[in-house]
Design a protein around this ligand. Structure first.
Ligand code: ZN
Length: 124
């Protein structure tokens, strides 16, 4: 990948990073808001059913947040690969990762062929 392409992807990844970061920020504040409400609720009533669903929602929010953090890590990793100039090359076979694949999933590390090989390996 040439320098112009790398610079273009760096911008795309940085924009995506900010987007995910903002979303995670929202999720994190939602979690702390709910915790406040739940602890306040405890003092006033013992509505077990209500508390139960609150906990469920909290867990789901945490799950989303951890998935988002994972994705953020992958984006950071992609930025590092842009720095060293290996971004856009398959880590397995070294061939170019198709632009369509990169644009669908910016932190892609493998070409479609190696990815599907790996997936088959995991399934068997
Ligand atoms: Zn490959």
């Amino acid at each position: 990948m040439n320098k112009r392409d790398l610079a273009r992807y760096r911008k795309l990844i940085e924009a995506e990073r900010r987007l995910v970061h903002d979303k995670l920020g929202v999720i994190e504040s939602e979690i702390s808001d709910r915790s406040d409400q739940t602890s306040a609720g405890h003092a006033y009533s013992n509505h077990m059913a209500d508390i139960g669903s609150d906990v469920m929602e909290q867990e789901q929010a945490f799950l989303h947040a951890s998935k988002g953090n994972d994705y953020l890590g992958q984006l950071d990793d992609a930025l590092k690969r842009i720095e060293v100039g290996t971004y856009g090359s398959c880590e397995e076979c070294g061939s170019k990762i198709p632009v369509k694949r990169l644009e669908a999933f910016l932190p892609a590390r493998l070409c479609i062929e190696c990815k599907s090989k790996l997936e088959k390996l995991h399934k068997s």
